[in-house]
Write a protein that binds this ligand. Structure first.
Ligand code: ADP
Length: 252
Protein backbone atom coordinates (compact mmCIF):
# COMPACT_ATOMS: atom_id res chain seq x y z
CA UNK A 1 0.00 0.00 0.00
CA UNK A 2 1.18 3.58 -0.62
CA UNK A 3 1.82 4.38 3.05
CA UNK A 4 3.66 1.16 3.79
CA UNK A 5 6.92 1.44 5.67
CA UNK A 6 9.98 0.29 3.77
CA UNK A 7 13.06 -1.46 5.12
CA UNK A 8 14.84 0.68 7.67
CA UNK A 9 11.86 2.92 8.48
CA UNK A 10 11.03 3.12 12.16
CA UNK A 11 7.54 1.76 12.77
CA UNK A 12 7.69 2.65 16.48
CA UNK A 13 10.03 5.27 17.88
CA UNK A 14 10.39 6.41 21.48
CA UNK A 15 12.89 9.23 22.07
CA UNK A 16 13.93 9.94 25.66
CA UNK A 17 10.47 9.06 26.93
CA UNK A 18 9.66 9.55 30.60
CA UNK A 19 6.19 8.92 32.02
CA UNK A 20 4.58 8.59 35.46
CA UNK A 21 0.99 8.18 36.62
CA UNK A 22 2.07 10.17 39.68
CA UNK A 23 5.24 12.20 40.28
CA UNK A 24 7.32 9.00 40.32
CA UNK A 25 8.16 7.86 36.77
CA UNK A 26 7.37 4.26 35.80
CA UNK A 27 9.10 4.75 32.43
CA UNK A 28 12.32 6.72 32.44
CA UNK A 29 14.54 7.97 29.60
CA UNK A 30 13.53 5.22 27.20
CA UNK A 31 14.97 5.32 23.70
CA UNK A 32 13.62 2.62 21.46
CA UNK A 33 13.12 2.21 17.73
CA UNK A 34 11.42 -0.76 16.10
CA UNK A 35 12.10 -1.04 12.37
CA UNK A 36 9.77 -2.44 9.74
CA UNK A 37 10.00 -6.24 9.64
CA UNK A 38 11.47 -6.75 13.09
CA UNK A 39 10.24 -9.20 15.75
CA UNK A 40 10.90 -7.56 19.10
CA UNK A 41 10.00 -8.88 22.54
CA UNK A 42 9.70 -6.65 25.62
CA UNK A 43 10.31 -8.59 28.83
CA UNK A 44 10.04 -7.67 32.49
CA UNK A 45 8.21 -8.86 35.61
CA UNK A 46 4.89 -7.50 36.82
CA UNK A 47 5.00 -3.77 37.40
CA UNK A 48 8.12 -3.14 35.31
CA UNK A 49 6.21 -0.84 32.93
CA UNK A 50 5.58 -3.09 29.93
CA UNK A 51 1.90 -2.21 29.49
CA UNK A 52 2.62 1.46 30.10
CA UNK A 53 5.34 1.38 27.45
CA UNK A 54 2.90 -0.21 25.01
CA UNK A 55 0.27 2.46 25.70
CA UNK A 56 2.87 5.16 25.12
CA UNK A 57 3.87 3.51 21.83
CA UNK A 58 0.25 3.35 20.66
CA UNK A 59 -0.59 6.90 21.75
CA UNK A 60 -3.03 5.83 24.48
CA UNK A 61 -0.82 7.71 26.93
CA UNK A 62 1.33 10.76 26.20
CA UNK A 63 4.90 11.06 27.47
CA UNK A 64 5.63 13.60 30.23
CA UNK A 65 8.97 14.13 28.51
CA UNK A 66 10.29 13.00 25.16
CA UNK A 67 8.37 11.87 22.11
CA UNK A 68 6.55 8.74 20.89
CA UNK A 69 6.04 8.18 17.16
CA UNK A 70 4.08 5.56 15.22
CA UNK A 71 4.80 5.15 11.50
CA UNK A 72 6.57 8.51 11.67
CA UNK A 73 3.68 10.46 13.21
CA UNK A 74 3.29 11.51 16.85
CA UNK A 75 1.58 8.43 18.37
CA UNK A 76 -1.28 10.38 19.96
CA UNK A 77 -2.18 11.92 16.57
CA UNK A 78 -1.84 8.71 14.55
CA UNK A 79 -5.12 8.06 12.76
CA UNK A 80 -4.40 5.09 10.50
CA UNK A 81 -5.45 2.61 13.16
CA UNK A 82 -6.03 -0.37 10.88
CA UNK A 83 -2.26 -0.52 10.29
CA UNK A 84 -1.86 -1.60 13.93
CA UNK A 85 -3.26 -4.93 15.08
CA UNK A 86 -3.55 -5.12 18.86
CA UNK A 87 -4.02 -8.45 20.63
CA UNK A 88 -4.63 -8.34 24.38
CA UNK A 89 -4.56 -11.11 26.94
CA UNK A 90 -7.42 -13.36 25.97
CA UNK A 91 -8.98 -13.27 29.43
CA UNK A 92 -10.05 -9.68 28.79
CA UNK A 93 -11.90 -10.79 25.64
CA UNK A 94 -14.27 -13.06 27.55
CA UNK A 95 -17.17 -10.60 27.20
CA UNK A 96 -16.88 -10.41 23.41
CA UNK A 97 -20.23 -10.12 21.63
CA UNK A 98 -21.91 -13.37 20.54
CA UNK A 99 -21.02 -13.08 16.87
CA UNK A 100 -19.25 -15.46 14.55
CA UNK A 101 -15.56 -15.62 13.80
CA UNK A 102 -16.17 -14.49 10.20
CA UNK A 103 -18.13 -11.46 11.44
CA UNK A 104 -15.28 -10.49 13.75
CA UNK A 105 -12.76 -10.81 10.93
CA UNK A 106 -15.05 -8.88 8.59
CA UNK A 107 -14.93 -5.91 11.00
CA UNK A 108 -11.22 -5.64 10.27
CA UNK A 109 -12.20 -4.84 6.68
CA UNK A 110 -14.47 -1.88 7.56
CA UNK A 111 -11.81 0.88 7.37
CA UNK A 112 -11.19 -0.16 3.77
CA UNK A 113 -14.84 -0.11 2.64
CA UNK A 114 -16.05 3.10 4.29
CA UNK A 115 -18.54 1.07 6.34
CA UNK A 116 -20.35 0.16 3.13
CA UNK A 117 -20.91 -3.37 1.83
CA UNK A 118 -17.93 -5.62 1.35
CA UNK A 119 -17.14 -6.43 -2.29
CA UNK A 120 -16.28 -9.98 -3.33
CA UNK A 121 -12.63 -8.88 -3.23
CA UNK A 122 -13.07 -7.76 0.38
CA UNK A 123 -14.63 -11.10 1.29
CA UNK A 124 -11.69 -12.82 -0.39
CA UNK A 125 -9.38 -10.86 1.92
CA UNK A 126 -11.47 -11.98 4.91
CA UNK A 127 -11.36 -15.62 3.83
CA UNK A 128 -7.64 -15.45 3.16
CA UNK A 129 -7.04 -13.97 6.62
CA UNK A 130 -9.03 -16.85 8.16
CA UNK A 131 -6.98 -19.36 6.17
CA UNK A 132 -3.68 -17.72 7.12
CA UNK A 133 -4.39 -18.20 10.83
CA UNK A 134 -5.79 -21.71 10.32
CA UNK A 135 -9.36 -20.78 11.30
CA UNK A 136 -11.32 -21.41 8.06
CA UNK A 137 -13.07 -24.39 9.60
CA UNK A 138 -14.29 -22.24 12.52
CA UNK A 139 -15.55 -19.28 10.46
CA UNK A 140 -19.21 -19.80 11.41
CA UNK A 141 -18.61 -20.59 15.06
CA UNK A 142 -19.42 -18.01 17.71
CA UNK A 143 -16.30 -16.22 18.91
CA UNK A 144 -17.34 -16.95 22.50
CA UNK A 145 -17.28 -20.69 21.78
CA UNK A 146 -13.59 -20.89 20.88
CA UNK A 147 -10.61 -21.95 22.94
CA UNK A 148 -8.27 -19.17 24.05
CA UNK A 149 -5.75 -19.95 21.33
CA UNK A 150 -8.42 -20.04 18.62
CA UNK A 151 -9.83 -16.71 19.79
CA UNK A 152 -6.39 -15.11 19.62
CA UNK A 153 -6.04 -16.42 16.05
CA UNK A 154 -9.40 -14.91 15.14
CA UNK A 155 -8.27 -11.51 16.45
CA UNK A 156 -5.07 -11.78 14.45
CA UNK A 157 -7.17 -12.60 11.37
CA UNK A 158 -9.22 -9.44 12.00
CA UNK A 159 -5.97 -7.43 11.95
CA UNK A 160 -4.84 -9.19 8.77
CA UNK A 161 -8.17 -8.40 7.09
CA UNK A 162 -7.45 -4.76 7.92
CA UNK A 163 -4.01 -5.13 6.31
CA UNK A 164 -2.20 -4.34 9.55
CA UNK A 165 1.57 -4.22 9.10
CA UNK A 166 2.28 -4.01 12.84
CA UNK A 167 1.05 -6.52 15.42
CA UNK A 168 1.31 -5.57 19.09
CA UNK A 169 0.59 -8.44 21.46
CA UNK A 170 0.33 -8.15 25.25
CA UNK A 171 1.10 -11.55 26.80
CA UNK A 172 -1.14 -13.21 24.21
CA UNK A 173 -0.79 -16.78 25.46
CA UNK A 174 -1.86 -16.20 29.07
CA UNK A 175 -4.67 -18.71 29.61
CA UNK A 176 -4.02 -20.49 26.31
CA UNK A 177 -3.70 -24.27 26.68
CA UNK A 178 -0.13 -25.52 26.59
CA UNK A 179 -0.37 -27.53 23.37
CA UNK A 180 -1.69 -24.49 21.45
CA UNK A 181 0.98 -22.07 22.65
CA UNK A 182 3.78 -23.33 20.44
CA UNK A 183 1.55 -23.28 17.34
CA UNK A 184 0.53 -19.73 18.20
CA UNK A 185 4.16 -18.58 18.29
CA UNK A 186 4.84 -20.44 15.04
CA UNK A 187 2.01 -18.43 13.47
CA UNK A 188 3.53 -15.15 14.71
CA UNK A 189 6.87 -16.18 13.26
CA UNK A 190 5.39 -16.98 9.85
CA UNK A 191 3.50 -13.65 9.81
CA UNK A 192 6.80 -11.94 10.60
CA UNK A 193 8.45 -13.88 7.76
CA UNK A 194 5.72 -12.41 5.52
CA UNK A 195 6.86 -8.91 6.51
CA UNK A 196 4.61 -8.01 9.45
CA UNK A 197 6.40 -6.20 12.27
CA UNK A 198 5.82 -7.93 15.61
CA UNK A 199 6.08 -6.34 19.04
CA UNK A 200 5.47 -8.92 21.76
CA UNK A 201 5.13 -8.14 25.45
CA UNK A 202 5.92 -11.35 27.24
CA UNK A 203 6.66 -12.86 30.63
CA UNK A 204 7.45 -16.33 29.23
CA UNK A 205 11.17 -16.11 28.56
CA UNK A 206 11.14 -19.45 26.75
CA UNK A 207 8.78 -18.06 24.11
CA UNK A 208 10.93 -14.97 23.75
CA UNK A 209 14.18 -16.85 23.43
CA UNK A 210 12.77 -19.33 20.93
CA UNK A 211 11.06 -16.83 18.64
CA UNK A 212 11.97 -13.13 18.91
CA UNK A 213 14.94 -11.68 17.02
CA UNK A 214 15.52 -8.92 19.51
CA UNK A 215 14.85 -8.46 23.22
CA UNK A 216 14.19 -5.29 25.18
CA UNK A 217 14.60 -5.91 28.90
CA UNK A 218 12.64 -3.31 30.84
CA UNK A 219 12.37 -2.29 34.44
CA UNK A 220 11.38 1.40 34.31
CA UNK A 221 14.56 1.89 32.28
CA UNK A 222 15.89 -0.26 29.44
CA UNK A 223 18.49 -2.68 30.84
CA UNK A 224 19.16 -4.54 27.61
CA UNK A 225 18.27 -3.99 23.99
CA UNK A 226 19.83 -6.28 21.43
CA UNK A 227 19.80 -9.62 19.62
CA UNK A 228 18.12 -12.45 21.50
CA UNK A 229 21.23 -14.66 21.48
CA UNK A 230 23.23 -11.91 23.20
CA UNK A 231 20.47 -11.48 25.78
CA UNK A 232 20.60 -15.19 26.64
CA UNK A 233 24.27 -15.00 27.59
CA UNK A 234 24.06 -11.59 29.30
CA UNK A 235 23.51 -10.72 32.93
CA UNK A 236 20.80 -8.19 31.98
CA UNK A 237 18.04 -10.13 33.71
CA UNK A 238 19.89 -10.31 36.97
CA UNK A 239 20.89 -6.64 36.79
CA UNK A 240 17.39 -5.49 35.92
CA UNK A 241 15.43 -7.62 38.33
CA UNK A 242 17.72 -9.11 40.91
CA UNK A 243 15.78 -11.75 42.84
CA UNK A 244 12.75 -11.28 40.56
CA UNK A 245 14.76 -12.68 37.63
CA UNK A 246 14.06 -16.20 38.81
CA UNK A 247 10.33 -15.55 38.70
CA UNK A 248 10.40 -14.42 35.08
CA UNK A 249 9.91 -17.23 32.64
CA UNK A 250 9.07 -19.70 35.35
CA UNK A 251 6.83 -21.56 32.88
CA UNK A 252 9.82 -23.38 31.41
P1 ADP B 1 3.64 -4.28 33.63
O1 ADP B 1 2.82 -4.23 32.38
O2 ADP B 1 5.08 -4.55 33.36
O3 ADP B 1 3.08 -5.20 34.67
P2 ADP B 1 2.58 -1.64 34.14
O4 ADP B 1 2.97 -0.77 33.01
O5 ADP B 1 1.20 -2.17 34.16
O6 ADP B 1 3.65 -2.82 34.29
O7 ADP B 1 2.79 -0.85 35.51
C1 ADP B 1 3.98 -0.11 35.80
C2 ADP B 1 3.77 0.66 37.11
O8 ADP B 1 2.74 1.65 36.92
C3 ADP B 1 3.30 -0.22 38.24
O9 ADP B 1 3.91 0.25 39.44
C4 ADP B 1 1.81 0.01 38.29
O10 ADP B 1 1.31 -0.15 39.59
C5 ADP B 1 1.68 1.45 37.84
N1 ADP B 1 0.41 1.70 37.11
C6 ADP B 1 -0.02 1.03 36.01
N2 ADP B 1 -1.19 1.54 35.58
C7 ADP B 1 -1.50 2.55 36.42
C8 ADP B 1 -2.61 3.47 36.51
N3 ADP B 1 -3.60 3.45 35.62
N4 ADP B 1 -2.59 4.37 37.53
C9 ADP B 1 -1.58 4.40 38.42
N5 ADP B 1 -0.53 3.58 38.40
C10 ADP B 1 -0.48 2.64 37.42
Amino acid sequence: SPGAAGEGDAVIELSDVTFGYTAAPVIEDVDLAVEAGEYVAVVGPNGSGKSTLMKLMLGLLRPDEGEARLFGEPSHAFDDGERVGYVSQHASAAKEMPITVREVVKMGRFPHVGFGRLSSDDWAVVDEALATVGMSAFADRRITRLSGGQRQRAFIARSLAGEADLLVLDEPTVGVDAESVEAFYDLLESLNDDGITVLLIEHDLGAVVDHADRVVCLNREVYFDGPTDEFVGSDALARAFGAAAGVLGGDR
